[in-house]
Design a protein around this ligand. Structure first.
Ligand code: ZN
Length: 550
């Protein structure tokens, strides 16, 4: 980090801490430890029970999960959050695209056929039966970024109508020396494929092909191949319906070959694409392919409830946790139910316990507190996206989001990892509460992997709501850092998205779950009793009251 950036950061911390301290000091007094393991465990055990069949949206456990959550909200006395109802229906569409022929690329040197799966994967996000692309002009559009605020436009001066954009994965800062240029190795939202898909729609392109490269993507080709083959669930959105016909990925070797056939050198173009002032390059290439679509519509539910604020009821603190998981799948050791105890029965149970304890307080919070249990996170953060696009209260009256996706089952920790550390003043607010717990902040340990963009708070960030998203910790109170790291790695290797993500009283140490639940409670409670509006830091690509894109 440059000296200037460090000074800026120190300045920000001082300003932020001042903001926190300038208001009523009573709001940051110690909150007694209220939440116990007994508040969380019954919900955790219930929702991760085999009878919920892995809580797959549209699956046999869908209605059962939603009913359970509604029943709990009613029992606690929470108010229904959606016009008198505890549920918000989330309409979704499942599209299965079949590539009906290979992809042919024509240059001056002739036409070459490429094979689906091996060389490329494409799909269509629109509810149309067939896509036929006939000799469409291909254009190299750098990283596929149009970021007005930073004066960067990879589509400068070109009309993408009827054209196919070929773009690089990640962002121009990745792998460079300058940590202030697109945040260097820290992934910005512009580096995510989801952003590139959305930008292609906005540019009115006919299609988008992202050049896969393992190091920049962070995962090998087979992940791309398996993720984009078979049914894809999404929201039916106008922006998508009016957007690109095909989206997908091509292998690096295919990219090198077709660029060479048009007389271009990919590595030279990559250099250009990393230089300010880059202009899109029309390639001497035409692409033809076709696919057919089968689609069906279905709906699942977000569960929404709230506590009405006593003084500023129109201002809301938003808690979120996704209730869904991935259902029933390939058996592992004779078990085919993917229970998702940690992911995310634990987060759902935590938010229920927070709500219950808030309801039991004699004093009501000054601001309202909103609880959203969202669906279809595992299918692409769809329930939270739907909520962000169809909010039950105005977005600019939501103060902040605390999102709970997974808890720490390894016992009490001295630290607490903030994912996406550096984005907003939620970092400092969490730090104040952590200090009271005798803990310290651990910044995002893998900022290059873009985990900040991979859970529900991200959809709230996109519409301007600052969020706290944590990941337990590593520094175990009794056994230290190595132990904490080992336990975390064990979960990822053995239980992440596996049937063995189950609650086990013998191996789970609820101390850490309770500790983090209390932290989330304190952050929400203090925000709800203050007039603080946490802000995004200037370096963040997100802004208040504004869509990222506006
Ligand atoms: Zn999750």
């Amino acid at each position: 980090m440059s000296i200037r950036a460090s000074l800026l950061l120190i300045g920000l911390v001082i300003i932020s801490v001042c903001i926190i301290h300038s208001c009523d000091p009573s709001e940051t007094t110690n909150t007694p430890n209220l939440i116990t393991a007994e508040d969380i465990l019954p919900h955790l055990e219930e929702l991760s029970d085999d009878k919920y069949m892995g809580r797959m949206p549209f699956g046999p456990g869908d209605k059962m999960s939603v009913d359970y959550l509604v029943e709990q909200c009613k029992k606690m006395g929470l108010k229904p959050g959606n016009n008198g109802s505890y549920t918000q229906s989330v309409p979704m569409v499942e599209i299965t695209s079949t590539s009906t022929e290979s992809m042919s690329i024509t240059s001056k040197q002739g036409t070459k056929e490429y094979q689906f799966g091996e060389d490329y994967v494409i799909h269509c996000q629109k509810t149309i039966d067939e896509v036929d692309i006939d000799d469409a002009q291909m254009v190299f559009c750098g990283y596929g970024i149009d970021a007005a605020s930073s004066g960067w436009n990879d589509f400068a001066g070109i009309d993408m109508k009827d054209k196919i954009a070929v773009v690089l994965v990640n962002d121009p800062g990745f792998g460079g020396e300058d940590s202030t240029f697109f945040k260097g190795d820290v992934m910005t939202y512009y580096g995510r494929w989801t952003y590139k898909y959305e930008e292609a729609d906005r540019q009115g392109a006919k299609g988008l092909l992202i050049i896969h490269e393992t190091n920049s993507a962070g995962y090998p080709w087979f992940v791309v191949q398996s993720s984009w083959t078979g049914p894809q669930l999404g929201l039916e959105k106008e922006s998508v319906q009016n957007g690109a016909d095909i989206k997908g990925w091509i292998q690096l070797d295919m990219a090198k070959e077709i660029f060479a056939s048009s007389g271009q050198d990919l590595s030279g173009l990559i250099k250009q694409a990393r230089t300010p002032g880059f202009k899109p390059v029309e390639l001497d290439l035409k692409m033809s392919t076709a696919l057919s679509n089968v689609y069906k519509r279905d709906a699942s539910d977000n569960v929404i409830a709230y506590i009405e604020g006593s003084k500023n009821p129109d201002e809301h603190v938003l808690y979120s946790a996704h209730w869904d998981h991935i259902g029933v799948g390939t058996p592992v050791a004779g078990d085919s139910i993917y229970n998702g105890a940690l992911d995310n029965a634990s987060g759902t149970a935590t938010v229920l316990a927070i709500a219950d304890n808030l309801m039991k307080q004699e004093t009501k919070p000054e601001r309202s507190i909103l609880f959203t249990f969202v669906t279809a996170e595992e299918q692409g953060l769809l329930g939270s996206e739907y909520y962000a696009l169809n909010p039950t209260v105005p977005i600019n009256q939501i103060v902040a989001n605390v999102n709970v996706d997974g808890c720490n089952p390894n016992g009490k920790m001295n630290d607490f990892q903030i994912v996406g550390y550096g984005h907003s003043e939620m970092d400092e607010i969490a730090a104040v509460e952590l200090k009271k717990q005798g803990r310290y902040v651990l910044p995002d340990q893998e900022p290059g992997k873009g985990y900040f963009f991979r859970s529900d708070h991200f959809n709230f960030a996109k519409v301007g709501i600052p969020a706290l998203f944590g990941e337990g910790g590593y520094d175990h109170e009794e056994h230290g850092v190595e132990y904490g790291k080992k336990k975390k790695a064990e979960y990822t290797a053995q239980n992440y998205h596996a049937p063995s993500d189950e609650y086990d009283a013998d191996t789970w140490d609820m101390g850490g779950v309770v500790q983090d639940a209390q932290l989330y409670y304190n952050v929400g409670w203090n925000l709800a009793n203050s007039d603080v509006w946490p802000q995004w830091n200037p370096e963040s690509e997100f802004e208040r009251k504004k869509n990222l894109i506006d």
